[in-house]
Write a protein of this length. Structure first.
Length: 469
């Protein structure tokens, strides 16, 4: 045995409690900050236990990157994530593993390729114009708004339209079966993944029964959309060359690979709903949180928008969005400081050695990624909101700039295939808002809380809206 290697038993551990270990501390709405505080207490690699079960925690960016690069052969997502989603009838690129994942990845990556993302642009433009109209009414009424709730509406409308061509239109009207059902599904996914005992398998609560109803309604609706999309593709050969939504793109790929079942198509459509609504809406919200506190940066985004799409409320072409370089830098900086997926949970599929750390098969690893993204060793003035650090030659005095530390879209073979679409949504919304509205926080910055459920979102982010010009 190599005596220079460490294993989980050699690692330090933060203070816990008898019997339950670290369970009560970890079982909070701020799991990511609990891990951050433990890093400060004992270092960037340590162990915790919950009811006697050990977990390895790593905030070491080099170890985390090597683990991500070793997927899917040596490491996979924490088994409960796949277990819970599969139990709900969802098998898609997010939770699939092994050969099944490779098949799903190839198909979804093709469905979300640059060509198809470009074809989704009219949807982005339409939803951004709707958001503009909605906020114009709020500005005239001098209304205070909850940014995160507004951004959920925006991303729900985009995601459902891009996912399967269904116009929910929550920006202009209230209530829809998809939105209502999704509001019940997302919290329950997180609750079940983190539940120490799967009580719903023995005795269903009211929320468990509501979840079953919501899942059945969504599944029935999506399968209806699948049949309608198949009919459209059969009737229109042009759609097969230029699909107008993610579902059509998946079905085009399914024709090339008939082993890809309708249930798997459903699972991947559900996955894009899950990822598209939650993560993107939260990232836009955090970006606005910082912009509201930095009027000089807000003005730079406005100036860029005026230069790129002068005379329009928002960008009107894919090419214009590509020109919004400073806006993209602002989005990247917000995602660095407020990553909406600060924790990733992995499991070793076999015995492995990462650097000097021996990890046994079956070990669960909690990866804390925010620490590396906000470390002075990797980013000069790491706690400051400085978008210029993301622009070549934009800020020469920043001697440390390590973009590879960013884990907003993962890393390695399972890098998020929806990155391009998410960045486009963010740039569209941010540039439109800065160009047309004045924004100021209606609360103190410290009153905006980080809440971690399935992703990390800002609670209490209320702003005052004014018309610009």
């Amino acid at each position: 045995m190599n005596t220079s290697q460490r294993n989980i038993n050699d690692l330090p551990s933060p203070k816990g409690q008898p019997i339950v270990g670290h369970l009560l501390q970890f079982n909070s709405e701020a799991k990511h900050t609990v891990l951050e505080n433990w890093v400060k207490e004992v270092g960037d690699v340590f162990k915790i236990n919950m009811l006697g079960k050990p977990f390895l925690v790593s905030a070491n960016p080099d170890i985390n990157l090597e683990i991500l690069k070793s997927r899917p052969d040596k490491f996979q997502r924490f088994f409960k994530i796949n277990e819970i989603l599969t139990e709900m009838g969802v098998v898609g690129v997010f939770n699939a593993e092994g050969e099944q994942w490779k098949q799903h990845r190839e198909l979804t990556a093709e469905a979300l390729n640059v060509k198809n993302v470009r074809s989704f642009f009219p949807t982005l433009q339409m939803m951004t114009e709707r958001l503009y109209g909605r906020w114009c009414a709020f500005a005239k009424a001098e209304k205070e708004i909850d940014v995160q709730k507004e951004m959920v509406r925006y991303t729900v409308d985009i995601t459902t339209s891009i996912a399967f061509g269904y116009d929910v239109n929550t920006l202009e009207k209230e209530g829809d079966v998809i939105q209502d059902r999704m509001e019940k599904i997302f919290p329950m996914i997180n609750s079940r993944i983190t539940a120490p005992i799967p009580m719903w398998r023995f005795l269903k609560s009211k929320k468990d029964k509501e979840l079953d109803i919501a899942l059945k309604a969504i599944e029935d609706l999506v399968h209806q959309f699948i049949e309608e999309a198949k009919a459209r593709l059969d009737d229109n050969s042009e759609l097969q060359e230029n699909p107008t939504n993610f579902l059509e793109a998946l079905l085009v790929e399914q024709k090339k690979n008939p082993a890809f079942t309708d249930q798997e198509v459903f699972g991947n459509v559900f996955t894009i709903l899950l990822a598209g609504e939650d993560t993107t809406s939260n990232s836009i919200s955090w970006t606005l949180f910082y912009l509201a506190q930095h009027p000089e940066i807000y003005q730079k985004v406005r100036d860029e928008a005026n230069q790129v799409f002068e005379g329009e409320s928002c960008a009107t072409s894919h090419e214009q969005v590509a020109e919004l370089k400073y806006t993209e830098a602002v989005c990247m900086e917000a995602m660095r400081l407020k990553p909406v997926t600060p924790n990733l949970y992995m499991q070793a599929k076999e015995d492995a050695v990462i650097q000097d750390l021996a990890i046994k098969k079956g070990t669960t690893i909690m990866m804390q990624n925010k620490v590396g993204q906000t470390d002075e060793a990797h980013f000069t003035d790491a706690d400051q909101f400085i978008p210029e650090r993301w622009i070549a030659n934009g800020c020469p005095h920043h001697t440390a700039h390590s973009p590879q530390m960013m884990r907003a879209f993962g890393a390695g073979p399972r890098f998020c295939p929806g990155r391009n679409l998410a960045i486009q949504e963010m740039k569209m919304a941010i540039s439109m808002i800065c160009k047309n509205f004045d924004l100021e926080l209606a609360v103190k910055p410290e009153e905006v809380k980080e809440i971690f459920t399935f992703t990390m979102f800002p609670e209490g982010l209320v702003v005052r809206l004014g018309e610009h010009g």
